[in-house]
Design a protein around this ligand. Structure first.
Ligand code: SF4
Ligand code: SF4
Length: 374
């Protein structure tokens, strides 16, 4: 399966302090680009494809856009297995849009950084109420929504409060560390250092282990599964090149949505129906390929190489001024969480083998192994 992110626009009505993904007065995708996307995907690869509408704010494209785009993609791709998701702040969600997304099985996620006061500080005044209003629209139309929670240099110290908020509300979540961007420095003061991100992951895993039957934190499911099968199950823990692509409002193709509208990372355009081989000729492909080559050498002695693959090439590019000189600086965090999972798994195995040993207390609920095989 490969993943294509469609970015109908980089415009966004919210003004989150650490956001690097939006742009004022950006172009908006015309439906003719979706037709070209569909024609390109029909010949690009034969395996299943997952399509995510991302932004900016993708709902700015409007109801009429999705009313045409979803059937065009679903039916146009014929027998090809295709799934859909959408990442939105939900401010523009209407009943008719919610019903349309529900009818096409679109998996919706939204961003929420915890209780209202934390959102007001990190995402701006009014964000929380507008997103909750959209969430109510989704709920009354039976459209499930998952939340992505961004942890920053500020909110990392409020982890108990944030975790308990999601737990009490019954919301599942996905974690997102605030990270520096190639586009500008506004996110720098909010960014989490690798050590802080590693500590946060360990702290949250501890809380998750006590509440596994009440909440789902998908990151840990992925970290554990990747550790167990010795292969990354999300892009940052795998070789993302070619398996993740993004398309902007004008049909330009990039290695990932994080590069959207950066001309130096354009790999081709959907109107030209590029093949995998065509995209491989682009400079952007070669840059990411050089990251993978560097990982093979740099990480060859790391016991987590198969389930980490050097992390995210975008983070590596950002850290070295747009050049590939090292792996993802979050290496420290990945090592910390994989070490922690490894220790927990060993302890659990020993406890199962020696149930009478009081120093090897069994986990009350499921344990790390249950996440590995989830
Ligand atoms: S560049 Fe980073 S965020 Fe983008 S697909 Fe690759 S690993 Fe994922
Ligand atoms: S944990 Fe660090 S050294 Fe190990 S594979 Fe990942 S990036 Fe490389």
């Amino acid at each position: 399966m490969y993943h294509v992110m469609l970015v109908p626009t980089l415009n966004c009505p919210s003004n989150c302090s650490y956001c690097w993904g939006s742009k004022d007065n950006a172009g908006v995708m015309d439906i003719k680009i979706i037709k070209e996307v569909m024609e390109w995907l029909r010949s690009y690869r034969e395996d299943p494809v997952h399509i995510t509408f991302h932004g900016g704010e993708p709902l700015l494209a409007g109801y009429d856009f999705y009313k045409k785009a979803l059937p065009m993609l679903k039916e146009g791709l014929g027998d090809r297995e295709a799934g859909f998701s959408l990442q939105s702040n939900l401010w523009l969600l209407t009943d008719e849009l919610a019903q349309l997304l529900r009818d096409y099985g679109v998996a919706v996620s939204s961003s929420l950084d915890g209780p209202k006061d934390i959102n007001e500080l990190q995402r701006g005044k009014g964000y929380f109420d507008k997103t909750m209003k959209g969430y109510d629209v989704a709920r009354r139309n039976n459209l499930p929504v998952n939340f992505i929670c961004t942890f920053t240099s500020y909110s990392k110290d409020l982890v108990d409060k944030i975790f308990n908020y999601f737990l009490e509300c019954g919301y599942n979540l996905k974690l997102h560390p605030a990270l520096p961007s190639l586009r500008g420095d506004n996110s720098d003061p909010w960014a989490l250092s690798p050590e802080d991100y590693g500590k946060l992951l360990i702290e949250l895993l501890d809380m998750y282990m006590d509440h596994m039957d009440e909440i789902e934190i998908t990151d840990f499911d992925h970290f554990c599964k990747s550790y167990f099968i010795r292969k990354g199950t999300v892009c940052v823990l795998a070789d993302c090149l070619g398996d993740t692509l993004a398309v902007d409002f004008a049909g330009n193709i990039y290695p990932c949505y994080r590069f959207t509208e950066m001309p130096e990372y354009v790999m081709g355009n959907v109107r030209d129906n590029p093949s995998v081989e065509d995209l491989q000729q682009s400079e952007a492909w070669k840059v990411i390929q050089s990251f993978m080559d560097l990982v093979d050498e740099n990480c060859k002695k790391c016991r987590f190489i198969k389930m980490c693959r050097g992390g995210c090439p975008y983070n590596a590019l950002k850290a070295d001024g747009g050049y590939i000189k090292n792996v993802d600086p979050q290496c420290t965090a990945y090592k910390m969480i994989f070490e922690d999972i490894s220790k927990r798994a060993t302890k659990e195995m020993m406890a199962n083998m020696m149930p009478s040993n009081p120093s090897l207390k069994k986990e009350k609920k499921g344990g790390i192994m249950s996440l590995m095989i989830k």
